[in-house]
Ligand binder design. Structure first.
Ligand code: 5RP
Length: 223
């Protein structure tokens, strides 16, 4: 099975996971990335069974709307029973690195509002220790060099993701060669640097459920 087939299989498993929550008032949170795209495409056939969605990126909002799924402003939604999104890496505690698609801030905001975070991933994303994938940090543009110097001072190697502007008008620094032993502490420390909007560690609010696709099918893990 290809990696893309795994992504589609895990997206189908996520549909089964969220379907019991559907009702006329239900607004679900939808993530960003190629695994989330499979989820959105499969979700389309159930669009009359729930009220709509909040999106973690402009790209996701467009794809949802293209399928006729109503997209709500998060500020206009009282509760989000579930948020479904992919990850770049996930560890056994269901802490993640996200933001490979530069949508980390909106993803983190929707995840924070959600009662349940369902992570959908193929087996290549499962790691013992986070940090093999470069950790993205969203910075406001005028602070980019300052934040980069602060990261270097902490022994971290930031690389400017040239040409990428986030949906919030900001820029991304990717941190390479940075094994993260204590994700919750690192998440808080990096967010404390002035000029950082947020970093791609999802540890304070990790996933509640991991659906992981491999050669033997989709396995379900909980925290
Ligand atoms: C986007 C993300 C994605 O969830 C992450 O990059 C995984 O993407 P994919 O499903 O394409 O592997 O955090 O900002």
């Amino acid at each position: 099975m290809t990696q893309d087939a795994h992504k589609r299989a895990v997206a189908a498993a996520a549909i089964d996971e969220v379907k019991p929550l559907f009702n006329a008032d239900c607004v679900i949170g939808v993530g960003t990335g190629s695994t989330a795209v499979h989820f959105i495409d499969l979700l389309a056939q159930y669009r009359h069974d729930f009220r709509g969605a909040v999106a973690s990126s402009d790209a996701t909002a467009k794809r949802l709307r293209d399928h006729g799924i109503e997209v709500f402003e998060l500020n206009h939604v009282g509760s989000v029973p579930v948020y479904v999104d992919g990850a770049d890496e996930i560890n056994p505690r269901l802490e993640m690195i996200k933001g490979g698609g530069a949508a980390l801030t909106r993803e983190k905001v929707v995840a924070a509002c959600a009662e349940r975070f369902v992570c959908i991933a193929d087996a290549s994303k499962r790691v013992a220790v986070l940090g093999g994938f470069p950790l993205p940090i969203e910075v406001i543009p005028m602070a980019r060099s300052y934040v980069a110097r602060e990261l270097v001072r902490r022994g971290i190697t930031p690389v400017y993701r040239d040409g990428v502007v986030t949906d919030n008008g900001n820029q991304i620094l990717d941190c390479y060669d940075f094994l993260i032993e204590d994700p919750q502490r690192t998440e808080a420390e990096l967010n404390n640097i002035v000029g950082v909007v947020t970093n791609g560690l999802f540890a304070a609010r990790g996933a509640d459920v991991l659906l992981l696709a491999g050669e033997d099918g989709v396995a379900r893990f909980t925290r």
